[in-house]
Write a protein that binds this ligand. Structure first.
Ligand SMILES: *Cc1c(COP(=O)(O)O)cnc(C)c1O
Length: 231
């Protein structure tokens, strides 16, 4: 029988192997369990098996789980599209947001972050595939957005995130991760104090780690197929 403990163990091994193959330390890479569509009891099983960082895409679904699991020490990351009327509840319930792609949302997150909580940890989502339907700031505009976010008092800019175009072509996949890495290196050269590259999912975490990922966001490889359709 496959259990969450065993799939989680396998994913952690995959991360360690990919790190080693890339000449990196496994500890440089954090695993975020992307738990969308999976009920609180599945999240709890993963937590009992040692997983502490979870990512959610839909606010309403996330809030239900966060409430049910509030006695567990979980670090919640918001990784989905952000509507401006949701920023209050996002800032009250999450430690990190990976999907900031415009100034207006950043302004609202900073404004709404409760005083008694530490600054909200932020990654800027970059559109590395050039698809017009994809969310994310274009690589050309990311420096401007980074300057803006870095100036906001209740946000802490940590790095960049991308969801590359799904492709079976390894070379194309790699080039998109590479573009994010280049953008990240450029920002660091420009003086931004960044330490996070959030990239890589179930299918492609190995390539992402070879290209420098420091957080991989993994769903199906841990929880199995999603419980309902997600687009
Ligand atoms: C669902 C999701 C993931 C995880 O995808 P899997 O292919 O299930 O590993 C990672 N990042 C984001 C933004 C997601 O929405």
């Amino acid at each position: 029988m496959t259990t969450i403990a065993s799939t989680l163990h396998a994913v952690n091994k995959r991360i360690a192997t990919a790190a080693k193959n890339a000449g990196r330390q496994p500890e440089e890479i954090k695993l975020l369990a992307a738990s969308k569509t999976n009920p609180a009891e599945q999240v709890k099983k993963a937590w009992q098996a040692g997983q502490t960082i979870f990512g959610e895409n839909y606010l309403q679904e996330a809030l239900e789980k966060i409430l049910v699991l509030s006695d567990l020490s979980i670090e919640w990351h918001f990784i989905g599209p952000i509507q401006s009327n949701k920023t209050k509840r996002i800032t009250a319930n999450f430690a990190w947001v990976h999907s900031v792609d415009r100034k207006k949302i950043a302004d609202r997150l900073s404004r709404d972050r409760p005083e008694m909580l530490p600054p909200l940890q932020i990654c800027l989502q970059v559109n590395v595939s050039g698809e017009s339907t994809k969310s994310g700031v274009s690589p050309k505009l990311v420096a401007d957005l980074a300057s803006h976010v870095a100036s906001l008092p209740r946000l802490k800019l940590r790095g960049l995130m991308a969801v590359p175009e799904l492709t079976t072509a390894t070379a194309l996949q790699r080039s998109q991760f590479h573009m994010l890495r280049d953008t990240y290196d450029q920002l660091r050269q420009d003086g931004f104090d960044l330490d996070t590259l959030s990239m890589g999912m179930s299918e492609d975490m190995d390539i992402a780690i070879a290209e420098g990922a420091t957080i991989v966001r993994v769903g199906t490889a841990i929880f199995g197929p999603r419980r309902y359709p997600y687009t």
